[in-house]
Design a protein around this ligand. Structure first.
Ligand code: SAH
Length: 399
């Protein structure tokens, strides 16, 4: 980290390969580079130069098809001051979005490329930040980032939990340990739009909570009144809690993981005590939808995990989306509302919409699109890095 900028190794691009980088796309593909020194260590900071020697940027080297992730364009050091500046900029945006406030203290502070720090995700839950590295370079920088987080003015972060066991490339053999870098366990409670949630960053999926559905949950709250709601793939029960808050007649939550169901139950209790409107089922959602009776729900949520993590799984994924959407559209009561999502990066908005269209066509019912949904503004998309858009959703009205 203390190597001088001018002493960093330089990787030079093949002729004509600088175009996308000059447009600030932050990835350098391995095929675009001339020779890479054999002893270059994975995770090292490198400078990337155009074929004429002009320095384009500084980034982290990694073995794989994305060879360098550019952190800073031009010829500027990526050091303690760099991370502190990126965090300040990111926090300023979250303040402008009015997301860091007592009744909403759960938000994404750094969304990788969307906040100009490729490889880094930071989610904040009250006084605790959960730091996740997706690249070896960020893993090496974790202590510096953690220190910058606790020193970030106004953010009141006391504890930084490092959680990268499942996100780092296993081939790098870093054997990261999930643990606190700064501070300790303080409280697992956070707030979102005035509602309360237990967040399990120690054992839960991702950083413990799916912050990316915040706005969509808020929209659902407005439709819940007087409706019988089914929340499939409920995980921590986010949609269930909002539906109850919105005045749903009943809410059934389904997830195949018993752990998820106990998180959902705990979050319902935290907000509403013993609320007899809520029931939960540790069950496969496909099976639940298959055995669901006609007209038993007026509002259904389908928020499955990424069916296609890679392009190779695309056709299976689309089949999965068609199947669950067809069941929901077929069986929902007349005047029903369906919230349906795909968080697969490999599935485009058009492909998802087409899958839902085919599902609707199978049922022969009249279906209209009321809303087209995406990820919230604390998951910004760098306009030069369209790959950062991943969450797609539709709200349908079914006659
Ligand atoms: N809607 C949630 C996030 C969903 S994450 C939220 O707003 O927070 C996806 C969830 O689907 C996980 O909890 C996982 O346990 C569950 N899941 C995966 N496969 C499933 C299946 N076949 N049936 C039911 N749940 C499943």
């Amino acid at each position: 980290m203390n190597t001088k900028q001018t002493e960093l190794p330089i990787l030079t691009l093949a002729r004509g390969k600088e175009e996308s980088l000059d447009r600030f796309h932050p990835w350098v593909f391995s095929g675009a580079l001339r020779k890479v020194p054999e002893d270059l260590e994975e995770g090292s900071l490198v400078r990337v130069a155009a074929s004429d020697g002009r320095i384009i940027g500084t980034g982290h080297y990694q073995i794989g098809s994305i060879a360098v992730r550019i952190l800073s364009f031009g010829d500027f050091p990526v050091d303690e001051a760099f991370y502190a500046m990126r965090l300040r900029d990111a926090f300023r945006l979250r303040q402008a979005l009015n997301m860091a406030r007592p009744d909403n203290n759960a938000y994404r502070l750094i969304h990788g490329e969307g906040d100009f720090v490729p490889g880094l995700v930071v989610d904040v839950y009250g006084h605790t930040a959960v730091l996740q590295a997706h690249s070896v370079g960020i893993h090496h920088a974790r202590n510096i980032i953690a220190e910058a987080l606790v020193n970030l003015d106004g953010a009141e972060i006391h504890n930084v939990y490092y959680k990268s066991e499942t996100t780092l490339p296993y081939k790098a053999r870093l054997d990261p340990v999930n643990d606190y870098i700064v501070g300790r366990y303080e409280s697992d409670e956070a707030t979102e739009n005035g509602l309360r949630f237990h967040i399990d960053w120690l054992k839960g999926q991702k950083t413990g909570f799916f912050l990316d559905q915040r706005d969509n949950r808020e929209l659902l709250r407005k439709y819940a009144h007087g409706r019988r709601v089914l929340n499939t793939f409920c995980y921590t029960g986010g949609f269930s809690v909002y539906a109850l808050a919105g005045g749903a007649l009943s809410v059934d939550s389904v997830d195949s993981s018993a752990k998820a169901i106990s998180l959902t139950d705990a979050n319902v209790t935290l907000n509403f005590g013993n609320d007899t409107r809520h029931k939960s089922y540790a069950e496969d959602a496909f099976k639940f939808l298959d055995r669901m009776e006609q007209d038993s729900y007026d509002l259904i949520i389908l928020d499955p995990p990424a069916f296609a993590k890679h392009r190779s799984a695309l056709s299976n994924a689309l089949r999965g989306y068609r199947r669950i959407n067809a069941r929901a559209i077929e069986r929902i009561a007349s005047g029903g509302i369906l919230f349906t999502f795909s968080c697969s990066q490999a599935v485009t908005r058009e492909q998802f919409r087409l899958a839902v269209f085919s599902a609707a066509a199978q049922t022969g019912r009249k279906v209209r699109i009321l809303h087209q949904l995406t990820q919230p503004s604390d998951h910004p998309i760098n306009i030069y890095h369209p790959e950062g858009e991943y969450l797609k959703g539709l709200v349908l009205y079914i006659e």
